[in-house]
Design a protein. Sequence first.
Length: 298
Amino acid sequence: MVGSVLVATAFPSILLHDAFNSRQAYAYTAEIAGFGERWPGSPGHRKTENIIRQVLQKDGAQIESDDFMATTPRGPIPVHNIIGKFNVSANPKQRIFVLAGHYDTLFKPGFIGANDGASSTAILLAFADALAHQKTGMQIWLVWTDLEEAINDFKGNDGLYGSRHLAQKLAAKRSVSRIRGLFLLDMIGDKELNVARETGSSSSLQVFIAQAADQLGYAGYFFKYDANIIDDHVSFIKVGVPAVDVVDAEYGRMGPSFDSMGEFHHTNGDTMDKVSQHSLEVVGRTILLTVELLDKQD
């Protein structure tokens, strides 16, 4: 009797951007929006922190926290930035790339922020799932910033509380020189996706995003108009980190009778019916392909 011989077949590894699951990203968005208001200290905020930690633990990330008490016009507010690190090597000079987004919502009764807060939180969770079994030369940090929203308005130090603290902490630890760059994801679930060329961002990194979008057939969704946005990326740029705000700054109809970022921005109309799985797919795949392109350079 001749025994059968088992031949091992080598399966091609999945590319990082192909590992992105837009259906799961949309499901995460719906779940988080379902928590309701998510300003710091709210039940929805705690539920969001819990799901971030659960997904990071499931995906094998090194989990760190950056916790502090912010001084705000509302008084002291506890802030919790959450960091999930992937592909960390023993090399003390290993380069780092950061993908970030805020998980808090505006202090506004009834505001659930399906696009402004939930979509950025969720796409990072889907990034964690994609990174769980994907090797990169760079360390990839997923950073969920807290208390991005201003209490009153973005004047002085009101707003960007979490990112400002984390950026200054990285600068104090002399980690900035290792950071290849940062992409901030914000309001990227909009059905009518139209990502701005944010004028304060790193133009050299925007070139790589445009290259990735073009490669995937998504060029029409990116950089068709200019906008200057106060967002978490500013905190990192100030300490020397090259950063891009990947933001759709036209949310709904535009015009003098609406908010400068569109009719649904910071309104209770920011609901799940305005969010699209396709938009999450376009942004998610484009950003992860951009990371791959940058990883090949390092």
